[in-house]
Design a protein around this ligand. Structure first.
Ligand code: KE4
Length: 426
């Protein structure tokens, strides 16, 4: 029994499922989670001293790799000045100005402590600003665990959602409608049937929580037009895509301008940070200026700001990082796709930039109905094979692979070698 398994037994005594976030329990792959004790660059090390090439990257934040010296130094220097003041600080202004300088759709931004908190707050702003109650989200998209987002499609697709988690009341669920991703026609009908009741449409501009599913040509532009027609706000959940797909996120890459944007992950540089922002007239609705209340003890925490500012500043000053990520991604995902084609495997591979997903189902996978056909047992076998070859993937089919700037061509070659070895035995 390795140290990770001993630790997991202890953890299960004092934490639900032995983890602080469900996916980490490795339940979806039927394995025992590795307890990670350190990380550097593209490599993580577990309690038994095993080293893995890491494609989780803390679920997205570690775009520059783990333990980046500039980020580490910034955190140490900030910590030496004190950890938290609960007061206005220079770092928060620097962070806000940095985000506003990179997102033309954002005049003002509010820092919070997680993507969930940012989504929850953005939805509240949308309801406060429009005076409307209902929200449209998309099947297969995940926006964190606030009650309004733990809702799945009701029986009548056009009507009230149903709670997707114990503890979420039907009263809450009734105000969230769920449309199929990439389905403009159904979304339009939903807006018609609920005329003047929809406060906002929230979408992952690239879905990365049903595996990776790209927006079809015209889908995002269509949502923009539908929201304009119906007076609903368009919220882009860029918790994953923000600063991942480029310095301007998905909204820059696809040329579609949301009313509100939600951030997380990369903007914290590995520390707990979320943010939401938009044009001035919307953000001025937020307390203490406006009537939409939102607050947080550790919002804009100076140490977390130091990590986020260091990472974002590096990305802003070295935009060539994105071209490098694209080169690594093309080698990895292009190599995987070639193997699938050559070996005629029942798999699909979706990717955009340094974000990708191997589905164990034949493609195309462009909506949740396709994604959920995936053979999760097959994914579990693949996951365990790769882990045995010291490649650390997301412990669930419906997640994403994240490449960092710290990955090398040697890492990619070792990964492709392990993939090929598995594919040839399928
Ligand atoms: P957090 O509250 O976990 O910081 O962010 C929630 C969130 C919001 N929006 C999107 C698009 C997200 O992907 C997430 C969180 N992503 C998951 C990974 N699929 C975090 C991993 C986990 O839950 O442990």
């Amino acid at each position: 029994m390795g140290l990770s398994e001993v630790l997991f037994d202890k953890a299960k005594n004092v934490m639900p499922g032995g983890v602080n976030s469900p996916v980490r329990a490795f339940t979806a792959v039927g394995a025992s989670p590795r307890f990670i004790i350190s990380a550097d660059g593209a490599v993580i090390t577990d309690a038994d001293g095993n080293r893995y090439i890491d494609y989780v990257g803390s679920w997205g934040p570690m775009i520059l790799g783990h333990n980046h010296p500039l980020i580490r130094e910034a955190v140490i220097q900030a910590a030496e000045r004190g950890l938290s003041f609960g007061a206005a600080t220079v770092a928060e202004v620097t962070m806000a100005e940095l985000i506003c300088s990179l997102f033309p759709t954002i005049d003002m931004v509010r820092m919070v402590n997680s993507g969930t908190e940012a989504v929850m707050s953005a939805i509240r702003v949308a309801r406060g600003a429009t005076g409307r109650d209902k929200i449209i989200k998309f099947e297969g998209c995940y926006h964190g665990h606030c009650d309004a987002m733990l809702v799945s499609a009701g029986s009548g697709l056009m009507t009230a959602g149903v709670s997707a988690s114990a503890g979420v009341t039907e009263g809450t669920a009734k105000d969230t409608l769920t449309a199929p991703y990439n389905d403009l026609e159904t979304t339009a009908k939903m807006l018609e049937v609920n005329k003047d009741q929809i406060a906002a449409v929230i979408v992952e501009p690239v879905a990365a929580n049903m595996g990776v599913v790209l927006p079809k040509q015209g889908f995002l532009k269509g949502l923009r037009a539908l929201c304009d027609t119906h007076g609903a706000l368009l919220i882009f959940d860029e918790v994953i895509t923000g600063f991942r797909l480029g310095l301007g996120g998905a909204q820059e890459r696809f040329g579609v301008h949301p009313d509100l944007t939600v951030f997380g992950k990369i903007i914290g540089g590995g520390l707990p940070v979320g943010a939401y922002g938009g044009r001035r007239e919307l953000m001025e609705q937020v307390a203490p200026l406006g009537k939409v209340y939102q607050a947080g003890t550790l919002s804009g925490n100076p140490v977390a700001m130091a990590a986020g500012i260091a990472q974002l500043t590096y990305l802003k000053e070295h935009p060539e990082v994105y071209a490098h990520l694209d080169t690594l991604a093309e080698k990895l995902f292009g190599g995987m796709r070639k193997l699938i084609d050559d070996l005629k495997l029942p798999c699909a591979l979706n990717h955009i930039g340094s974000l990708g997903c191997l589905f164990f189902t034949p493609g195309p996978v462009d909506k949740f109905q396709h994604a959920k056909q995936a053979d999760t047992e097959a994914y579990a076998r693949y996951f365990k094979h790769m882990l045995g070859r010291d490649i650390y993937l997301a412990p669930a089919q419906f997640e994403a692979m994240f490449i960092s700037a710290a990955h090398t061509l040697e890492h990619i070659d070792a990964t492709l070698d392990a993939v090929e070895n598995y594919f040839k035995r399928m």
